[in-house]
Write a protein that binds this ligand. Structure first.
Ligand SMILES: NC(=O)c1ccc[n+]([C@@H]2O[C@H](COP(=O)([O-])OP(=O)(O)OC[C@H]3O[C@@H](n4cnc5c(N)ncnc54)[C@H](OP(=O)(O)O)[C@@H]3O)[C@@H](O)[C@H]2O)c1
Length: 308
């Protein structure tokens, strides 16, 4: 099977030949991949900084949307023909940048019928991350003032939408070009992060107290975001930059965790039109290195995906 991946950790991404999918275990399904997400987390997998469960030579890719073509006897509700999406870690066989993918049945969610293959493929990792930040780490409650720093990104936009759906009053940072979109996602107040004193603006919006909880999705942004958090508040960051604790603030650093139950709940909100994924670019598998470079360079105004 021809996949987009690496022969050794650190190699440039290219098309490589690997063995076709092995026979399924009882709890597995085989997917025909229709599209797979590309994130800068794939760069950590490429360089060996993130153990995704498979060893090179291997296909990269940790999220996909596709059609079930075969199912093990204990795969539960899933049957050939089902259209699904998944964040199937640890990988059972190969990564998602491939024509075929073996995934654990428990980590599948149904693709909303109205969602494109591309948007569905780019949904699992940022949606799970956002839900785990707001639910597991911050425990955001209705009526709370919540800051989302980096709201114009894919994950940042989902953080805004999901926090607003929880009934929080969302204060978001983004550049002026993204103001309208982020407001449309449910942000009550917008602050331009280009103003170096933006945490003071957030404090002014909150009557000087600071927000009860903050989610940081801006690379290197957590140390600035914590200045906008109230004494005794909570901060969670997804960019591996947790600042030291201060003023009684609880700080957590969050890494996405595969969770089929959570993904199925999020898929319902996606299908209801409460969540969205803007897709910026779609590449063929043979162009995976270019797709990854676009994501790592931060030049995509939306999600980047691969199609076999
Ligand atoms: N820990 C995890 O499990 C996990 C999961 C998913 C993502 N992540 C990480 O989270 C980060 C965001 O992911 P993403 O999918 O949302 O990426 P993305 O779509 O590339 O968005 C990044 C956004 O950050 C904004 N930004 C850049 N510098 C900023 C700053 N100083 N202050 C405020 N906003 C700033 C940019 O806005 P402008 O266009 O306005 O400049 C851009 O829209 C990435 O570093 C990613 O690796 C981690």
């Amino acid at each position: 099977m021809q996949v987009a991946g690496i022969r050794q950790a650190g190699d440039r991404v290219e098309l490589i030949d690997v063995a076709g999918p092995r026979p399924l275990a009882a709890d597995e399904v085989l997917l025909e991949v229709m599209a797979a997400g590309v994130g800068n987390w794939d760069e950590f997998a490429r360089t060996g900084g993130w153990d995704v469960g498979a060893r090179p030579p291997m296909a990269l890719g940790v999220e996909a949307a596709g059609t079930v073509v075969a199912a093990g006897w204990a795969a539960g509700e899933w049957a050939p023909g089902d259209q699904v999406m998944t964040h199937p870690l640890p990988l059972r066989d190969q990564g998602a940048w491939a024509p075929r993918l073996i995934a654990p049945a428990g980590l599948l969610a149904r693709k909303p019928p109205g969602a494109s293959w591309e948007a569905a493929a780019a949904f699992p990792v940022p949606a799970l991350t956002a839900e785990q930040v707001l639910g597991d780490a911050l425990g955001v409650r209705a009526g709370e003032q919540v800051l989302v720093n980096g709201a114009s990104g894919i994950t940042g936009g989902l953080l805004v939408a999901l926090a607003a759906l929880r009934g929080a009053q969302v204060i978001a940072t983004a550049g002026p070009a993204h103001r309208q979109r982020v407001t449309g996602l449910g942000a009550h107040h917008m602050v331009d992060y280009h103003d170096r004193q933006w945490p003071a603006q957030v404090r002014a919006i909150t009557g000087g107290r600071g927000v009860a909880a903050a989610a940081n999705a801006a690379p290197g942004g957590a140390a600035t975001a914590i200045r906008a958090v109230a004494d005794g508040g909570r901060l969670a960051t997804i960019t591996s930059d947790p600042p030291g604790g201060q003023r009684g603030i609880t700080v957590s650093s969050i890494y996405v965790r595969p969770d089929g139950t959570q993904l199925r709940g999020l898929a319902k909100q996606f299908g209801d039109g409460q969540l969205e994924i803007p897709v910026a670019a779609s590449y063929r598998l043979a162009e995976a290195a270019q797709a990854l470079a676009q994501v790592v360079g931060g030049h995509a105004a939306g999600a980047v995906v691969l199609t076999p």
